[in-house]
Design a binder for this molecule. Sequence first.
Ligand SMILES: CC(C)(COP(=O)(O)OP(=O)(O)OC[C@H]1O[C@@H](n2cnc3c(N)ncnc32)[C@H](O)[C@@H]1OP(=O)(O)O)[C@@H](O)C(=O)NCCC(=O)NCCS
Length: 183
Amino acid sequence: MHGRPPPPDLVIRPETENDDDAVEAIYRVAFGPGRYSRTAYRLREGIAHDPRVSFVADRSGLVIGAIRQTAVMVGGRPAYLLGPLAVAETAAKQGIGRTLLTRSIEAAAATMADALVLVGDPAFYAPSGFEQVWDEIVMPGPVERHRLMQRPMRGRVHGRLLADPWPEVAPEPLAPREAPAAT
Ligand SMILES: CC(C)(COP(=O)(O)OP(=O)(O)OC[C@H]1O[C@@H](n2cnc3c(N)ncnc32)[C@H](O)[C@@H]1OP(=O)(O)O)[C@@H](O)C(=O)NCCC(=O)NCCS
């Protein structure tokens, strides 16, 4: 496991509707007003995050960190768009961000998501199994391509990322770590 263990009085629990204001406040401080112009943020507008794979870090009833994931389709396969992830500045560098990330990956493993996709800092996400994908995934807006990453779960995804609902019936699973199709 990377990093230090989280503080002992910390509880990681699923986000509930009651957490919404606290979570939004953490994101507001962490990402600032410019966040709404970012492609990943815009994509999530109007789509609810999936509570099965979205968590808060709770210390004595105070939410000090949060991670959300939103179900999307990539190249016709079910995936999660992971994020936002943020930890309150006063609680930074105590292992809470990594713990939230690990918990959300574990929860996603129990779903039919083929992979997790995000736009983020490779130095932070690579130790948790995320790989830079550059142009394997086509986002519906501008992104810094070196920050586009995926973590294979049942396999790798490639193609266009769309804010579409998942199919009712799970598609045939991909082979683990399937390489992208040769072109
Ligand atoms: C990024 C963030 C969530 C990290 O949370 P945190 O609780 O301070 O992180 P942790 O204490 O769990 O640190 C985990 C690891 O990431 C490293 N790390 C932390 N922030 C990092 C960053 N911005 N870039 C690279 N590595 C980083 C730490 O050194 C640590 O390394 P280790 O696991 O090898 O020891 C937090 O700094 C934050 O909210 N930032 C603002 C919002 C943001 O940028 N979110 C991520 C979107 S890409």
